[in-house]
Ligand binder design. Structure first.
Ligand code: CTP
Ligand code: C5P
Length: 381
């Protein structure tokens, strides 16, 4: 940025429910379109009115969005429809949204005003991740997300989809598979090595469905030193000690979820369950932290923190937050009917809008899109 130039403020807004790396990737792209990123987060009341009840409450969502590394400022209780007054109030020339569509409860595009004023820009929506999909994994207790690289499991997944009401699936947010790439990791990572003399903190865990309890923990642990390394256990390891269909997010997804937060300097992708002497020496770890949640023993019955304890480099830190991943799953299960209705309504509303915008039905079930191209009706693009 030229130091004489006024910084360019950029506006984003949304629900940011169960804040995930798709949201973080939208904020990353938006930040790169200007200098200073302001994010408006809707209240629980607004979301309930337009979409159905959120899974994370507003205090949780405000805190989590604020902690994403590309966010400079948040605005609580932002209006659902983005207006020119809002952009002007915060000195933002334009707002940025993913290339999907957001509709009010009456089916109105929430960005129609800023689009008409030419103060709207689009970034690419991250395919294969959405709150709706995560809720689905929890309700259906599926495990295919653990084996996404595996052709057999992909076939199983496709077969399981047969019979689903494809017509109701949203063309924007109906999920396809997330394809993790090294470029995405580079985009999310700070890429910075520790500076000489930095005190290195190491924590390990599942960090599944990254929530405010985990955020409070990493914030607290980061205060124990200068450079925080988060070791993520592989899916099979997590499944051994958490059971059921945990983790809900696979390792690739958890890597990006954790890297999106300000306090994290580095991530170990598939860390050993027990903190080994080799790991401690390799990263020159000064202190290993764990929260006050119970520690499961390793498969041979040993304490995974035996080595840091032996070296006098282990510390229990209290996040001051008792929320766990299974509490989040419990919220979904308790509100199962509400979420199913919410998801079905949202998908249908988007499907109808897509048909209205892009498709004019004509004879023989052939479609003419509004750019003139001809094809068969698209299902789940
Ligand atoms: N977004 C994105 N990629 C995703 C999910 C969301 O780029 N995989 C973007 C949206 O396009 C929007 C912003 O994140 O610009 C906030 O989205 P939000 O209002 O929270 O709604 P969605 O996440 O799209 O809702 P859902 O997950 O329920 O489909
Ligand atoms: O359960 P998981 O392996 O994801 O936990 C990762 C770390 O976060 C652990 O050290 C755990 O004790 C800590 N944690 C916490 N407070 C919470 C949830 C998790 O300190 N509410």
């Amino acid at each position: 940025m030229n130091s004489n130039k006024k910084p360019l403020n950029v506006w984003c807004d949304g629900c940011y429910d169960m804040v995930h790396f798709g949201h973080a990737n939208q904020l990353r792209q938006a930040k790169h379109m200007g200098d200073y990123l302001i994010v408006g987060v809707h209240s629980d009341e607004e979301i309930t009115k337009h979409k159905g009840p959120p899974v994370f409450n507003e205090e949780e969502r405000y805190k989590m969005v604020k902690a994403i590394k590309w966010v400079d400022e948040i605005v609580e209780n932002a209006p659902y429809i983005t207006t020119l007054e809002t952009l002007n109030k915060y000195g933002c020339q334009f707002c940025v949204h993913g290339d999907d569509i957001t509709l009010t409860s009456d089916g109105v595009d929430t960005y129609h005003i800023v689009k008409a004023a030419n103060r709207y820009k689009e970034c690419s929506r991250t395919q294969g991740i959405s709150t709706t999909d995560l809720v689905g994994r929890m309700l259906l207790l599926t495990k295919t997300h653990h084996e996404r690289d595996d052709e057999i499991s992909l076939h199983k997944e496709n077969t399981n989809n047969i019979g689903k009401d494809k017509q109701a699936q949203s063309p924007w947010t109906g999920t396809s598979q997330f394809l993790p790439t090294t470029r995405k990791i580079i985009q999310f990572s700070s890429g910075k090595a520790p500076k000489p003399g930095d005190r290195i903190v190491y924590v390990a865990g599942a960090f599944d469905l990254f929530h405010v309890g985990l955020l409070d923990f990493i914030e607290r642990a980061s205060k124990e030193g200068d450079y925080l390394i988060v070791g993520l256990h592989a899916d099979k390891v997590v499944n051994r000690y958490k059971g059921c269909n945990y983790p809900i997010m696979n390792l690739h997804e958890r890597v990006l979820s954790v890297l999106a937060y300000k306090y994290v300097s580095e991530v170990v992708i598939g860390a050993p369950y027990s903190v080994t002497p080799e790991l401690m020496d390799h990263f020159a770890v000064d202190i290993v932290c764990h929260g006050v949640t119970p520690v499961s023993l390793d498969f041979d019955g040993s304490d995974p923190y035996a080595e840091p304890k032996r070296r006098g480099k282990f510390k229990l830190v209290d996040s001051g937050n008792t929320l766990t991943t299974s509490d989040i799953v419990q919220r979904i299960i308790t509100n199962r009917v509400n979420f199913e209705v919410r998801n079905a309504k949202k998908e249908k509303k988007e499907r109808d809008m897509y048909d209205k915008l892009y498709l004019q039905p004509c004879k023989n079930n052939i479609i003419i899109s509004n750019n003139g191209s001809i094809g068969i009706p698209p299902v789940n693009q």
